[in-house]
Design a protein around this ligand. Structure first.
Ligand SMILES: NC(=O)c1ccc[n+]([C@@H]2O[C@H](COP(=O)([O-])OP(=O)(O)OC[C@H]3O[C@@H](n4cnc5c(N)ncnc54)[C@H](O)[C@@H]3O)[C@@H](O)[C@H]2O)c1
Length: 268
């Protein structure tokens, strides 16, 4: 039976991916900074019929000690770790670069970029010993060089994640580790992430223009998770990019927007 570890999986995409892995009889380790939400998530996951087990451990991805503890916890429970997903992330406050405090900049980079880097580094060492495994990092706005006001630091981190993941994949191939590394590109998902910055410390008020774009391009995270997990379970290639919202799909969404009146934000 395979096993997966997902960081930041008490809600949103991470939680939805855990559900799909469970349905596919994969042993799951969920982890999150938010201890209460993690407990609730574990109870929900246990309700899904599965031959596999689900276990949970609090983990702040800005702490390498926490990440190492998570690795050891997964090994104790399941022996081998087949898939590791650096999913934990925070959004930034909707401000221009010079309006952000140094603490705000640090937090976004520490969680979104450094958290995934240290996670990749620590799990890579274990997967090399196993002689197999797959590491996935989550892309986001900025990964493809797109820019907009209020997403500069988040976009920088996600652009760097894309580079970092390919660089890691190249090193893994050159050193013949047997470990594959890939990117998950989830597009736009209607999660708490869109309306909260810095791990829910600050609210983001979405403009009508932004809501319009999200209504056209966005999806609920369960739909995206289903696609991404099936992609990961099938993938055997190094440096793969499992992409939900392709350029083609986005163009089709815009072309058909007049017929598809979706409103994810009607309760706002
Ligand atoms: N929502 C979107 O539109 C979107 C689009 C592209 C990429 N992404 C990326 O997808 C991933 C998941 O996003 P989501 O929409 O599910 O967000 P979310 O806010 O719903 O969930 C993120 C989870 O990460 C946890 N977390 C935050 N800081 C942490 C830390 N330091 N250590 C451990 N856990 C921490 C949170 O508690 C939360 O449970 C993120 O990497 C995000 O950047 C999101």
């Amino acid at each position: 039976m395979k096993s997966v570890v997902i960081t930041g999986s008490a809600r949103g995409l991470g939680f939805e991916m855990a559900k799909v892995f469970r349905k596919n009889n994969v042993n799951v380790v969920i982890s999150d900074l938010n201890v209460d939400a993690l407990e609730v998530a574990k109870v929900e996951l246990e309700k899904i019929p599965s031959e596999a087990k689900v276990v949970s451990l609090p983990c702040n991805v800005t702490s390498s000690e926490d990440i190492q503890r998570l690795i050891e916890f997964a090994q104790t429970n399941f022996g081998v770790i087949d898939i590791w997903i650096n999913n934990a992330g925070v959004n930034q406050p909707e401000k221009a670069i010079w309006e952000l405090s140094e603490a705000e900049i640090n937090m976004v980079l520490d969680v979104d970029l450094k958290g995934a880097m240290i996670g990749s580094k620590l799990i890579m060492k274990e997967m090399i010993k196993q002689k197999h495994g797959a590491i996935y990092n989550v892309e986001g706005y900025g990964s493809n060089d797109a820019m907009m006001l209020g997403l500069s630091v988040y976009g920088t981190s996600k652009r760097a994640i894309t580079y970092f993941t390919s660089a890691l994949a190249k090193e893994s191939a050159e050193k013949n580790t047997g470990v594959i590394v890939g990117k998950l590109s989830p597009g736009i998902m209607i999660t708490d992430f869109l309306k909260n910055a810095l791990g829910d410390k600050e609210k983001i008020t979405l403009s009508e223009k932004t809501k319009k774009v999200y209504n056209i391009l966005g999806d609920y995270p369960d739909v995206v998770a289903n696609f991404l997990v099936n992609g990961m379970l099938k993938n055997t290639k190094n440096d793969a990019r499992i992409e939900w919202l392709t350029t083609r799909k986005a163009a089709w969404r815009f072309m058909t927007a007049g017929f598809n009146k979706r409103d994810f934000f009607k309760e706002d």
